[in-house]
Design a protein around this ligand. Structure first.
Ligand code: BES
Ligand code: ZN
Length: 632
């Protein structure tokens, strides 16, 4: 249930692209590629996976459409790539060496690779370029896991994470979501291992050390993905299944057993699934995200394996990206809400049907609270859905604002226009923009044409622009409400004030979400004895649910509840997903006493963390140190 209440309103009016400079909201500031002159249509990869050297080695052939035949240079994105040679491939397949050089390296964006274009290019003829290269062991997209960091402990593994701008660290390409490519790949691996990609994985492929993939649907570069390891497959439904190490296969099949049902519901509501199969890949704990929507094969953290299917909203989310994100893609990272906000909305819709409205409402309330917290730390100019974005870290644009504020915007539209209208709009939207990339402004115009102007005086264009370009939340934003979570809050308060005993708290019927909300609602002044009793009664420090653990250990660190520090450190070592650990370090670093202890725990755990997670935690400590030293 969503209640309309007037709210904690924002008042500050800020244009998204204020100032008189030449900021172009449709331009992707995170690529060096000259996509106004050349556009890649297809990529053919031929790569050998060398675990000993921690390198991919081979070639990428780029098939380019020439937009501007006077262009002299093709500029590609790279990061830490060792480029061996570049050649133009003639129609008969012969190679003509091409000259190339590098531009200045930018810490965030990598190094532009400039290739001299042949004199005789024309807009009618495809230009084919072959680049021989190898990756660096430090490639930001690739995590090379030694055997001991896998479930089986016997074979190494490597997996990629290309979003947002890491594809350039394993493939020289035009690394921008504003263009789409099809791809094919030949991957050679040690014979005992299996390679999978965001492409046509065949569950029956024999292990011969040679794998060939085709991805016939055009996708943005951030969705190109590869994993190689001791992986096995188990089917779940007609077009769904799961890949993981044998040690995790049964648990994964159980946990994600509803994925086919999710697929059927998604198709019934959002339109045809355009990608063939939909499989899941459950990775080791070092995977830095909850999930990544690589097409046909979502990559997942093993921290979802709670044993009770309580964390499967992440699967609903990644599946929903098959429509919002993968089919209709944000043109630049500034438009990320079109991917993440729309997906969060679809995720709730799926959860309502697969579970029930209460379950979806509980998640919305927790997300809403996260959003309010985000507004406290995200600068106002980054609080709009479509902020000005021409610098910074493309992986971390503005906390979770794209997700939760984006979902609220779509819920607002649903409430105002009714679910039927909203569903018609969504179906038409996914159809209209299938396999296209769009900006927030294209969305706005389409929304205006298809909904706002069709049924006038319900939501004005000004209102919609407020959501896109202004910070905070509009006064008429929906406020999520959940009866069960409100009851959990009430119980937290009455227990803390001594009105009821621990055994009177009706936890037996609670979802993990209710437990999290209960923990978040505990008053700040609980005594140590109360915390000891609570932890013993509810088994919080020993929880096997990663999200309950996250919520509890934030409190443990904030309140300096030292009896649980050992368990807290276990949590930090057990999980590598950034969301689960970075905030716990933050709570330690900012409680006024445990900055050094937190840093020591990080030193002990970091060998198992992904570079993206390490960067996020380093940022936490840098900020805490600056705060501790009185710097602003
Ligand atoms: N596409 C994102 C992950 C991502 C975002 C990678 C930005 C790199 C840059 C993925 O779909 C996602 O949103 N994952 C969430 C899951 C959640 C919101 C259900 C995560 O990992 O927490
Ligand atoms: Zn997402």
């Amino acid at each position: 249930m969503l209640r309309k209440l007037s709210l904690i309103a924002f008042t500050i009016l800020l244009g998204s692209c204020g100032g008189g400079d030449a900021y172009d909201p449709a331009h992707d500031y995170f690529t060096f590629a000259n996509t106004n002159q050349f556009i890649t249509r297809h990529i053919a990869l031929d790569l050998e996976v060398d675990f000993a050297a921690e390198k991919l080695r081979g070639s990428a052939v780029l098939y380019l459409k020439v937009i501007d035949d006077s262009a002299e240079t093709i500029t590609l994105d790279t990061r830490d790539l060792d480029i061996k040679s570049v050649a133009v491939v003639a129609e008969d397949g012969s190679l003509q060496a091409a000259t190339f050089d590098f531009g200045d390296t930018d810490a965030g964006m990598g190094t532009p690779l400039h290739i001299a274009a042949p004199d005789d290019i024309d807009t009618e003829t495809e230009l084919v370029i072959r680049i021989a290269y190898e990756t660096s062991p430090d490639a930001s997209a690739l995590m090379w896991l030694p055997a001991e960091l896998t479930a089986g402990g016997k074979q190494p593994m490597v997996f990629s994470q290309s979003q947002a701008i890491h594809a350039r660290s394993w493939i020289p390409l035009q690394d921008t979501p504003s263009i789409r490519v099809t791809y094919e790949a030949s991957i050679s691996t040690p014979v005992e291992l299996l390679a999978v990609m965001s492409a046509n994985n065949d569950p029956l492929t024999p292990r011969r050390g040679e794998f060939h993939f085709e991805m016939p649907q055009p996708i943005p570069s951030y969705l190109i993905a590869l994993a190689v390891g001791n992986l096995y497959f188990a089917p779940i439904g007609e077009v769904t299944g799961v890949y993981t190490e044998p040690e995790l296969l049964d648990a994964s099949v159980y946990e994600f057993g509803q994925v086919q049902e999710m697929m059927d519901v998604a198709v019934a509501n959002f339109g045809p699934y355009q990608w063939g199969r939909y499989d899941l890949l459950v990775l080791p704990p070092s995977f830095p995200y909850g999930g990544m929507e690589n097409p046909r094969l979502s990559f997942l953290t093993p921290s979802l394996l709670a044993g009770d299917r309580s964390l499967v909203s992440v699967v609903a989310h990644e599946l929903a990206h098959s429509w919002s994100g993968n089919l209709v893609t944000n043109a630049t990272w500034r438009d990320g809400w079109l991917n993440e906000g729309m997906t969060s909305y679809l995720e709730s819709r799926l959860m309502e049907i697969i579970y029930d409205v209460d379950r979806a409402d509980e998640a919305k309330v927790l997300d809403y609270e996260e959003l309010l917290l985000n507004f406290e730390s995200v600068p106002v100019e980054r609080q709009s859905l479509a902020p000005r974005l021409d610098s910074g870290d493309a992986d971390d644009v503005q906390g979770t604002i794209h997700y939760h504020k984006g979902r609220l915007f779509l819920e607002h539209l649903e409430i105002e226009f009714g679910r039927d209208r909203m569903d018609q709009f969504l179906l038409a939207y996914f159809d209209e923009f299938a396999f296209k990339t769009i900006t927030s402004e294209v969305f706005l115009d389409y929304l205006d044409d298809e909904l706002l102007s069709v049924i006038p005086d319900v939501v004005s264009r000004d209102d919609a622009e407020g959501w896109l370009y202004q910070p905070g939340l509009p006064t008429d934003a929906p406020i999520p409400f959940s009866k069960t979570l409100s009851e959990a809050t009430a119980h937290a308060q009455s227990w803390a004030s001594g009105e009821i005993e621990l055994q009177d708290i009706p936890t037996a019927n609670w979802s993990p979400q209710a437990m999290r909300h209960f923990i978040n609602s505990l008053p700040a002044d609980l005594t140590r004895d109360q915390l000891v009793a609570l932890d013993a009664h509810l088994g919080l420090s020993a929880t096997s649910n990663a999200e309950i653990g996250r919520t509890w250990f934030i409190q443990v660190a904030t309140r300096r509840f030292e009896p649980a520090y050992e368990a807290l450190e276990l949590h930090l070592n057990r999980f590598g997903r950034t969301r689960l650990v970075a905030i716990v370090y933050e709570a330690l670093a900012s409680n006024g006493h445990d900055l050094e202890l937190g840093e020591a725990m990080f030193e002990r755990a970091r060998h198992a963390y992904h570079p993206i997670t390490i960067t996020a935690i380093e940022r936490v400590f840098a900020r805490a140190e600056a705060d501790a030293n009185g710097e602003v």
